[in-house]
Design a protein around this ligand. Sequence first.
Ligand SMILES: C[S@@+](CC[C@H](N)C(=O)[O-])C[C@H]1O[C@@H](n2cnc3c(N)ncnc32)[C@H](O)[C@@H]1O
Length: 282
Amino acid sequence: MTSSSQPSGAAEVFEEAAPSYDRTGVSFFGPFGAELVRQADLRPGERVLDVGCGRGAVLFPAAHAVGPTGHVTGIDLAPAMIALTAEDVARAGLDHVDVRVDDAQQPDFPPRSFDAVLAGLVVFLLPEPQQALRAYARLVRPSGRVVISTFGVQDPAFVAATDALAAHLPTEEPRPTRPAGPFADEQAITATMTGAGLAVTSIVEHRVESRFDDADHWMRWMWSHGARALLRHLPTDRLPAATADAAAALEAARVPGGGLRLTTEIRITVAVPVEPPGPPHA
Ligand SMILES: C[S@@+](CC[C@H](N)C(=O)[O-])C[C@H]1O[C@@H](n2cnc3c(N)ncnc32)[C@H](O)[C@@H]1O
């Protein structure tokens, strides 16, 4: 994709993934989104921005929490995510929800437009996460909050299976990175938020157990989200061997009676703007 109106990088991967994203029969984004909204403690009538809204794992629980007297706006850089989520919003008859294509790096809204800015599993995908968080701090009212989720400790079987796939990548392709840098642990998250003009009020860990019928089901799930970034670089003739190696690694996740079980941990961080932004300088 070359046009500036089309997504690039991470969002291009999600553009391709949108039709199956969170639609492979695996409990993952839904429970994480619901818990983020619980931690945000939204009240009826509040105005909310959901950045990187995807297929609405955060958006729909937020819409329920603020009710028809409130409003939720979802933005995403992938037009297919927005088109499909807009259909779901219309089907659900949610007049107090709108979604649009916009960049989570620098959302295009006036200062203090929202009571809460929510970002479910997206800030670590952005080119300049701390700058984005600084923008969110400006978008919330003085009493508002910014709530983000980031990945915590990953299931060892997931790590082993992903490494098994990555071993088949052409040498020039980058290997998958583990949670690191600005969101590596609670200390790093606090420092990142502080540097963005936000004071952390809580960081809560939340775990979700995901079940898969077998390794093929796990692969279909991998194609349906950000892991697609790795899979699309595997040469087609390497896919069967890569899948077999991943399946062998996933044996550690097998449960009695059949199927696979992986546990994923996220951290949900709630923060408030440190000081109300003053009027613009003359
Ligand atoms: C892992 S998904 C999370 C989606 C949703 N928040 C959830 O919890 O299921 C990341 C989402 O961020 C979007 N995204 C990636 N980069 C973005 C950017 N710069 N601006 C807006 N959305 C972006 C992707 O298109 C994708 O829908």
